[in-house]
Design a protein around this ligand. Structure first.
Ligand code: ADP
Ligand code: ADP
Ligand code: ZN
Length: 214
């Protein structure tokens, strides 16, 4: 089953995707992770994307869509999770075309809803491992030893530039203007399920599994 996980920044898309990868062997396609990897490696794509990302704005559609096309071609036939793409209706339309071209099908679009006050707390407390991308939170999911990554032992667990107060406000606004309308779009495609994203991550995961199996 191929799914799309969408919702506001900080809703827990990456966290739930990591659980789906671990427990179900799915392939995680996160445009945010792909951009951060490109930035780390200083590729032309990374250099182009960095300015938009640090300000909390969307990277232009043409760049993003090409990147997703390559990712969809290299799933090795595994069921995939799209996380962070599409982020507006024109990307959703481009995805539809791309899936036809690659002979793939999106089975479900799962929308994670979390109230705005919780989102701000989640985003401002988020920390990420530079080496493996594992996601932590200063209070909800702290590092076991307080400084090294639990997953890979990496020493550089950092706060993303766009998780600082100024960018968070822009991102929440971009979400309201551009991404929230996808709910109506996927309702129209008859593959939308809404999931309550509050509670601890295992509670949310249980709801994700129910939605996938129904
Ligand atoms: P997204 O990919 O949607 O932006 P993340 O999965 O990166 O969201 O989660 C954002 C932050 O919230 C992270 O610091 C993560 O550890 C934390 N988080 C994720 N799920 C929950 C949850 N159910 N309860 C509390 N904090 C959570
Ligand atoms: P979050 O889930 O916290 O919003 P992501 O890691 O998904 O963060 O994305 C980080 C940033 O990368 C976005 O704020 C945006 O600048 C860029 N980005 C990610 N996905 C897309 C996309 N589909 N279209 C345009 N920009 C994107
Ligand atoms: Zn790590």
């Amino acid at each position: 089953m191929n799914i799309l996980l969408f919702g506001p920044p900080g809703a827990g898309k990456g966290t739930q995707s990591a659980l789906l990868v671990e427990k179900n062997g799915m392939k995680h396609i996160s445009t945010g992770d792909l951009f951060r990897e490109a930035i780390k490696n200083k590729t032309p794509l990374g250099i182009e994307a960095k300015g938009f990302i640090d300000q909390g704005k969307l990277v232009p559609d043409s760049v993003t869509i090409n990147m997703v096309k390559e990712a969809l071609k290299s799933t090795g036939g595994k069921p995939f999770i799209l996380d962070g793409f599409p982020r507006n209706v024109s990307q959703a339309q481009a995805l539809k075309t791309l899936l036809v071209e690659l002979n793939l099908k999106l089975d479900k679009a799962l929308f994670l809803e979390v109230p705005k006050d919780d989102l701000i707390g989640r985003l401002s407390g988020r920390r990420v491992c530079r080496d493996c991308g594992a996601v932590y939170h200063i209070s909800a999911k702290p590092l076991k030893d307080g400084k090294t990554c639990d997953s890979c032992g990496g020493q550089d667990v950092y706060q993303r530039n766009d998780d600082k107060a100024e960018s968070i406000a822009t991102r929440l606004q971009v979400y309201e203007d551009s991404t929230r309308p996808l709910k109506e779009y996927y309702k129209g495609q008859e593959i939308l399920t809404e999931i309550v994203g509050t509670g601890d991550e295992s509670d949310v995961y249980a709801r994700v599994k129910i939605a996938m199996n129904s």
